[in-house]
Design a protein around this ligand. Structure first.
Ligand SMILES: CC(=O)SCCNC(=O)CCNC(=O)[C@H](O)C(C)(C)COP(=O)(O)OP(=O)(O)OC[C@H]1O[C@@H](n2cnc3c(N)ncnc32)[C@H](O)[C@@H]1OP(=O)(O)O
Ligand SMILES: CC(C)C(=O)C(=O)O
Ligand SMILES: [Mg+2]
Length: 561
């Protein structure tokens, strides 16, 4: 079946007629007021709504993160939701600087129960909503604009009347014209003005007007235009907090929220990792960390993102995608060679407390409590940089560049053959078997430096090797220990390159040596040795290279034969 021509079934979202729009030239310089609706919009979208225990765990984590406004439920929906709000209040679990929000439809019995659920709270926001878009007016309610306005106005009057009966609580009010983004702007303005006319907010006691994209239907710039339009035209603007509540149906909720803030929104409602109805609410983690990467502290603490993710996954019973911004398992991982190379160079050059300049990483993983170890991983798409980085980070082996090139072929062969990721441990095992464990036909046994003042060569050496089950004693002299060792071997060796470094420090320190040499007319090849004695490590490295050359030559003969 072919995808049908959509033009007769769907139509383009109309643009907003807004002259002199301001938002495109603005930048976000401070965080909005954050409101978590994880326990309401998030919860109502779960396959299995949260138990009290889970809600409480989530609530306490939100407080730890730094949320000051938390929508804790829809108390008139169920006894469970009602009892949860009571539990928070009766058990005195709401910190002084945190305000709970409770959502209700604009229906008398539901409003009464909602207000009842909050009695005794230090501060509470009653959140009233009714849907206002043409399709809801026609399909769901069968009502005119006036009748829809009356639902909002009468609900607001009732909330105002009921909360007056409980003056020990500091009450605030939030109104949502649900489906705002698909509603005629003049009608949204009319209904919000009618509601604020009843509530009578003041600059000291503001009312929240929440303008949701209940279903996201346009590009984010259109939503921004809608918010700027409302922000310009609403009555009592200085007494209102304009809030946005983007959903993610088109996958652009984060962009919508960001542009909406530029357009005048003071507050954002969303869920951690974008849980919520259908494709979810806007993701508060992404929004907050996007701000952070622009040098603006979001006022929310995601410095241990994995711990937050664990709680959210357990409570929601939904996994966070491995590619989820900032939090996914794979977002601080590079498999491809050129990325690994650039990241490795970036880390090497990055100075502490300097501007962050590591290519391919928009944020320092450490700012989210993620470790560098996971940044680079190796598979068949990887180059030398990745495996060299892992060997250095995990095993302290710092390979010279040409050895990296040589060794990466061995890793590539394993990755190609297996078709899967090669873990750091495996890379180390491949390195050991390719280099450190190359002890045949020659294996180092012992050496002794010999004083011989009669010789022209400053260093004299006695060596003992194992060679094909036999013990071999050899002597030689040279300019230094390696030269003497090579001369003692009596093979046609041309030493091309030599590197050494320490691994660790103190009594447990070891030395790693890498030599590149040519044997007879063979190609140049590396060998590597490791030992607590640096001279021994260099001898082992020479033997490793010699053995590799000899094994290779034997294999060539076998293939030719
Ligand atoms: C965009 C959002 O996320 S909005 C929040 C949605 N969340 C939820 O609905 C979760 C909790 N809800 C519930 O548990 C139930 O809906 C309840 C208990 C609140 C109400 O249940 P019910 O009384 O069975 O009504 P139901 O939810 O089916 O609503 C339909 C009725 O309410 C009316 N209605 C719907 N929304 C509203 C509203 N905001 N204000 C006033 N009336 C409304 C409808 O017109 C319809 O009326 P009708 O029965 O006369 O046709
Ligand atoms: C009730 C409102 C705030 C809502 O969830 C929506 O419009 O998406
Ligand atoms: Mg919603």
């Amino acid at each position: 079946m072919m995808l049908q021509n959509p033009s007769s079934k769907y139509r383009a979202f109309p643009p907003v007629h807004l002259t002199g729009r301001q938002w495109p030239d603005r930048a976000i310089t401070h965080p909005p007021i954050w409101m978590s609706t994880d326990l309401r919009d998030g919860n109502q979208a779960l396959i299995e709504p949260m138990s009290h225990d889970k809600k409480l765990r989530f609530f306490e984590m939100l407080i730890q993160i730094g949320l000051k406004e938390i929508e804790v439920g829809f108390p008139s929906a169920s006894q469970t939701d009602f009892d949860f709000v009571r539990k928070l209040i009766d058990e005195d679990r709401i910190p002084e600087d945190v305000t709970i929000i409770v959502l209700t439809q604009s229906r008398e019995e539901l409003i009464r129960r909602t207000v009842d659920s909050c009695v005794g709270a230090r501060r509470a926001i009653v959140h009233l909503y009714n849907s206002v878009a043409p399709v809801f007016r026609k399909v769901v309610f069968g009502m005119t604009r006036e009748q829809i306005t009356d639902i909002a106005v009468s609900g607001t009057k009732l909330v105002k009347q009921l909360v007056k009966q409980h003056p020990q609580t500091e009450w605030a009010f939030e109104y949502t014209p649900e489906s705002f983004s698909t509603t005629e702007l003049d009608f949204s303005r009319h209904i919000c003005d009618a509601v604020s006319e009843v509530w009578q907010p003041t600059p000291h006691n503001k009312m929240i007007v929440n303008l949701p994209s209940t279903v996201e239907c346009s590009t984010p710039n259109v939503y921004a235009d809608q918010i700027e339009w409302m922000s310009r035209k609403l009555a009592r603007r200085d007494s209102l907090i304009i809030s946005v509540h983007p959903h993610n149906d088109r996958g652009t909720a984060v962009a919508s929220a960001e542009l909406a803030i530029m357009a005048g929104a003071d507050r954002v409602e969303g869920c951690l990792f974008g849980n919520g109805e259908r494709t979810g609410n806007v993701d508060l983690v992404t929004l907050a960390m996007n701000l952070y990467t622009q040098g603006v502290h979001p006022g929310l603490d995601f410095s241990d993102i994995d711990a937050v993710r664990q709680v959210v996954e357990e409570c929601n019973q939904l996994p966070v995608h491995p590619r989820h911004p900032y939090a996914g398992d794979l977002v601080f991982t590079a498999f491809s060679g050129s990325h690994q190379d650039a990241i490795k160079k970036g880390f090497a050059q990055q100075k502490p407390n300097a501007l962050w300049e590591v290519p391919y990483l928009p944020i320092d993983p450490a700012d989210l409590g993620r470790s560098y170890d996971a940044v680079i991983r190796v598979n068949s798409q990887s180059g030398k940089g990745g495996m060299a980085y892992l060997l250095e980070q995990e095993f302290g082996l710092s390979l010279p560049r040409r050895l990296q090139i040589e060794f990466s072929r061995a890793v590539q062969a394993v990755a190609d053959a297996s078709g899967r990721e090669i873990a750091a441990k495996e890379i180390h095992a491949i390195f050991c078997s390719e280099y450190f464990d190359q002890t045949s036909p020659y294996a180092y046994s012992a050496h002794k430096m010999v004083e011989d003042s009669s010789s022209d060569e400053p260093v004299q050496i006695d060596i003992t090797l194992a060679h094909r089950q036999a013990s071999l004693s050899l002597q030689g002299g040279g300019n230094g220990p390696i030269d003497a060792f090579v001369n003692a071997l009596g093979l046609d060796i041309k030493l091309m390159d030599y590197h050494e470094h320490a691994i660790g420090s103190g009594a447990n320190a070891k030395a790693a040596c890498y030599v590149e040499l040519r044997l007879a007319n063979g190609p140049t090849m590396f060998g590597a040795g490791i030992d607590s004695n640096i001279v021994t490590a260099s001898f082992k490295a020479v033997l490793s290279a010699v053995n590799r050359q000899l094994v290779r030559a034997e294999q060539e003969v076998a293939v030719a034969g």
